[in-house]
Design a protein around this ligand. Sequence first.
Ligand code: SAH
Length: 222
Amino acid sequence: MIMEARKIRLLMTLRRSGITDTQVLGAIERVPREVFIPATFHDQAYEDMALPIGMGQTISQPMVVARMTQALEVTDRHKVLEIGTGSGYQAAVLAKLCRRLYTIERHKELLDIAVERLETLRVRNVTALAGDGTKGWPEQAPFERILVTAAHGGDEPPKALTDQLAVGGLLVIPMGDEKRKQRVVRYRRMDDGLEREDLWPVRFVPLLPDTQDGAQRMKASS
Ligand code: SAH
């Protein structure tokens, strides 16, 4: 089956599974997923599965990208922060929907490749940073939307992230440390605190604090 037919089949699967937001479907349709995965897996680019991208990390399953993006309710007026750039695929999808995307990845090697891909696709409204995303990006705050694409182990979301969320803004984040217990949670920042809504179960790689090693490596290569 040719790539385009596989893509249409995937879009139909997403629609049948509750992705009804036409903006989200349109963004997924316009981003070539094969650009974000290693050549050996190109055949599987439009299968609904997560795939390895190196450094022990994965590009998320299209269904998960679609659901998380739909839950984030992004418009072209929004400044959005993504934690966990990985392959850059989710970033490319968000960039189609928002005004400006800021994205942070702790593996500089992955970030550099992701940035290259976004440049190839002429995605121009993304600013990327190698570092610890749990600290957010204070210089660019507040954000109307924040999406975390790695699982956070604590009971509460990282304080830096909720502090950098605009009032009325949404944070979508997988929570839970054991894979079988992870859930996507959506927080809305209100005037007087956070409103929490549990969405659906997921399996994500963990959100890690920056290690000494990682920090040194980044310094060495900058
Ligand atoms: N959104 C990605 C998938 C991300 S996989 C995509 O579309 O391909 C999760 C990513 O989060 C991994 O690349 C991992 O290195 C990164 N990550 C984990 N902890 C992090 C942290 N504290 N700060 C920034 N990135 C982090």
